[in-house]
Design a protein around this ligand. Sequence first.
Ligand code: SF4
Length: 91
Amino acid sequence: MSAAQLQGAERTPQGVVMKGITMEPVVEKCEGCERIKEFEGEKYCSTYPQPELKWKLGVCNFATHVKAELDKSGKVKVNPLKASKRAARGR
Ligand code: SF4
């Protein structure tokens, strides 16, 4: 396994819990982010427990693989950082 392991997480009937917080798996947009950690074969974010929610609100401000910018009209623009994206594909 190449990704780092999620530390301090445990499997409970409610799902994967870390420090009392239920963790949701990462979403497609997270692919390539260095904050992804693996736990029992699934990927979780070590920074934010609900990646899907994070991306619903816009661009994840913790992401290491994309850089979010607001353009002049105030819309969010996402610029993939090429090197890390390629690394993520090579799995
Ligand atoms: S930091 Fe953001 S982009 Fe990276 S894994 Fe977590 S939720 Fe996804």
